[in-house]
Design a protein around this ligand. Structure first.
Ligand SMILES: NC(=O)c1ccc[n+]([C@@H]2O[C@H](COP(=O)([O-])OP(=O)(O)OC[C@H]3O[C@@H](n4cnc5c(N)ncnc54)[C@H](O)[C@@H]3O)[C@@H](O)[C@H]2O)c1
Length: 361
């Protein structure tokens, strides 16, 4: 069975779907692995490292001519044209609802295993790229904030004077938010956090941060552990109740998202106007419209003296580790997809496993 690992061509994408460490294990299992030349270079994995573990270096067409195609980002039309009929695509699809690209792949007899459809269950945890990549995003967002903030994060007492710790608020306490809290605490900031799901209160406290409690008159807990969209009245109550808490902050990291819905507005322009000059907002929901209406996706802007960071691909900024985690997630998935055969791995019936069945959609 052939596995293909092409170079990611999306602008600004430095990650690669598999690493030499993982490919060594795939080769040991009997897979033939074809890696497009240069695929791992931007993530810190040179071609020679792939070759040394038994991968065959190839051109783009060679990597696409595979039974299992491993990708990070959503394929483009040219990628679909190069895909092998009857093959399996394993990667993010980054789509909600009707998806032309998935339809084009299915028309070629390609089965699509969309990584974002991975069930959020204990068994699937080791295969969950949304979690592994959100964790990295939460960490990198705080590093970004610290680098752009013109003051210290920790309390500093020196012979030249002392500085108070930064007051940092994390909005949205999912995977990214929890890592943002932990990273900001390690850097010595005073951390406050808020999520619309009440169960996050305990998690916030366990990381040494202080929960912000709001009474919205309705629960924001949706299905499958995700948040649901609030009513218009609750949204207005939330913005008003958060305003005074946020106005005291020096750094705000926002991560609030609802799958396949626009990101909720939590930091209004009126709040930005009240922040101390030099404050920093890092909006991890920038790709979904932002938790702050002043956020510009993929740009860093200054509004009312506040720096607002709208990067949309933090994992790519930590490309070596992000690729390593992503590659291990995919390896764990491939392990449940195949049986050991006399002449190498044999594909199982993907509709018989609840994980692969959910991913097929
Ligand atoms: N395998 C597993 O069991 C597994 C793995 C990862 C995550 N999870 C769970 O999945 C859920 C979603 O996690 P995620 O990180 O993907 O979330 P996400 O990226 O979809 O959203 C980030 C956070 O934003 C919050 N949010 C949404 N609207 C908000 C609002 N108006 N105000 C404040 N906060 C708001 C959400 O509650 C969530 O915590 C969590 O319950 C998490 O614990 C389970």
């Amino acid at each position: 069975m052939k596995i293909g690992v092409p170079l990611e061509t999306r602008a600004g994408e430095a990650r690669v779907a598999s690493t030499p460490e993982v490919i060594k294990k795939l080769v040991a299992k009997g897979f033939e692995v074809l890696v497009e030349r240069g695929a791992g270079v931007r993530a810190g994995y040179p071609d020679a490292d792939y070759e040394s573990v038994g991968a065959r270096l190839t051109d783009r067409a060679g990597a696409y001519d595979s039974d299992l195609l491993l990708k990070v980002r959503r394929p483009e039309a040219a990628d679909v044209a190069a895909m092998c009929p009857g093959g399996i695509y394993i990667g993010l699809m980054e789509a909600c609802g009707e998806d032309e690209m998935a339809a084009a792949m299915r028309a070629k007899g390609i089965r699509v295993l969309a990584m974002e459809r991975m069930p959020r269950t204990s068994r699937a945890q080791s295969m969950d790229v949304l979690s592994s990549q959100a964790n990295i995003a939460g960490y990198r967002a705080v590093i970004e904030a610290a680098a752009r903030y013109g003051r210290f994060f920790p309390m500093m007492m020196t012979s030249a004077g002392s500085a108070k710790p930064a007051r940092l608020v994390v909005l949205g306490v999912g995977v990214a938010g929890l890592q943002a809290i932990a990273t900001a605490r390690r850097l010595g900031a005073e951390v406050f956090a808020y999520d619309v799901r009440p169960e996050t209160r305990e998690q916030i406290l366990s990381l040494g941060a202080k929960p912000i409690d709001l009474d919205l008159g309705e629960s924001g807990a949706g299905t499958g552990g995700y948040a649901k969209e609030l009513s218009d009245e609750a949204k207005a109550r939330q913005q008003a109740a958060l305003a005074d808490q946020l106005a005291k902050a020096h750094v705000i990291i926002t991560t609030a998202q609802i799958p396949c819905r626009p990101a909720p507005v939590l930091v209004t322009e009126a709040v930005v106007q009240r922040l101390r000059p030099g404050s920093v907002i890092v909006d991890l929901a920038a790709a979904g419209g932002g938790n702050c209406p002043l956020t510009v996706a993929d740009q860093v802007v200054e509004r009312h003296g506040v720096v607002i960071v709208g990067h949309t691909n933090y994992p790519s900024m930590v490309a070596a580790d992000a690729s390593a985690f992503y590659a291990k997630n995919l390896f764990n998935l491939i392990e449940i997809m195949v049986d050991k055969g006399d002449a190498g791995p044999v594909l199982k019936d993907l509709s018989k496993d609840d994980i692969t069945q959910a991913m097929l959609g």
